[in-house]
Design a protein around this ligand. Structure first.
Ligand code: NAD
Length: 283
């Protein structure tokens, strides 16, 4: 289902995004699908120039670039595997050469390789940790070096840079059959908080978003049939699935000066999934 078709079936609001990021330069990893795609387009709508990272799917990446440029800002696509130190370094060199600097990193790329614990291969474990956790470390390190080099430019933002780490409700909720994924998200929590503590004195703000169930290709089996959707809703007090745009609006806010003083926080955007819905009727 396309994002627009998905949104048409939802009670999620469609809201215009204010141009709070005018003149800022952003890089979004894993931006040719799902949440990353919506975040990249929303940052463009908010006035930022955006580098669209992806690892496969040239056409989908170019489609995102075109959607961003429609807002009158610059956008380009860059193919790189976030788990490769060399490719990540090349991507940041190219982004800074093209845009002049970087103000916002959205560390979004992620994947699942699900398995029962007893059958999980070392390759499944490594793939998920390498992309979801090491990928965020490598990209954050490159972004922070540029933020430190440049410092605050008050006309652009009162912070020297902003990083948003895409985590998950599974940084809190254990997930049987997905030990590698839950471990990667638990790791992101303390990676984000440690980086935020270390970088705050430099006016670099680092935060995370923990999405609940969002309608994207990563979890199609959880929402694509009426039975699956009904079962999913037993976990979501708010009574609807999340749309990628729900996350995108939160990302724009966390990237903007409207959230200045928000440092080292995880913003749960989950329709109440972390409110222990099983206890709603007394447990
Ligand atoms: P998705 O599969 O639609 O998108 C994942 C993106 O990551 C794709 O663009 C993919 O190409 C990219 N990617 C994968 N491996 C990569 C690599 N090695 N290098 C660069 N890019 C790579 O899934 P999504 O739901 O949009 O997921 C985005 C993020 O949101 C992930 O970190 C995921 O864990 C997180 N998340 C999603 C949900 C949800 O319900 N959809 C919930 C919580 C967290």
């Amino acid at each position: 289902m396309s994002t627009s078709a998905a949104a048409a079936n939802s009670t999620a609001p469609t809201l215009a995004i204010p141009r709070t990021l005018r003149g800022q330069k952003a890089l979004v990893t894993g931006a040719n699908s799902g949440i990353g795609r919506a975040v990249a387009i929303a940052l463009g709508e908010a006035g930022a120039d955006v580098m669209v990272n992806y690892v496969t799917g040239d056409e989908a990446a170019e489609e995102v670039v075109a959607a961003i440029r429609a807002y009158g800002v610059n956008a380009s696509a860059y193919k790189a595997d976030v788990s490769s130190e060399e490719q990540v370094a090349g991507m940041f060199r190219e982004t800074i050469a093209r845009f002049g600097t970087l103000d916002i990193l959205v560390n979004n790329a992620g994947l699942q390789r699900d398995s029962s614990f007893q059958a999980m291969t070392l390759a499944q474990w490594h793939t998920v940790l390498n992309v979801n956790l090491t990928g965020q470390f490598l990209c954050a390190q490159q972004a922070i070096r540029e933020f430190l080099r440049r410092g605050v430019v008050p006309e652009v933002s009162c912070a020297a840079g902003k990083i948003i780490c895409m985590s998950s409700v599974h940084q809190e909720i254990p997930w049987a059959g997905h030990a590698n994924y839950a471990t990667s998200k638990g790791g992101i929590k303390l990676l984000m908080e440690s980086m935020a503590q270390e970088m705050a004195p430099h006016r670099i703000r680092i935060n995370a978003i923990a999405p609940g169930a969002i309608r994207t290709p990563i979890n199609t089996s959880a929402w694509s049939t009426p039975e699956a959707y009904k079962s999913l809703m037993t976990l979501v007090p708010y009574g609807r699935i999340g749309e990628p745009e729900d996350i995108a609006r939160a990302a724009v806010w966390l990237a903007s000066d409207l959230s200045d003083y928000v440092v080292g926080t995880t913003l749960f955007v989950d329709g109440g999934m972390t409110l222990y819905p099983g206890f709603a009727t007394g447990g």
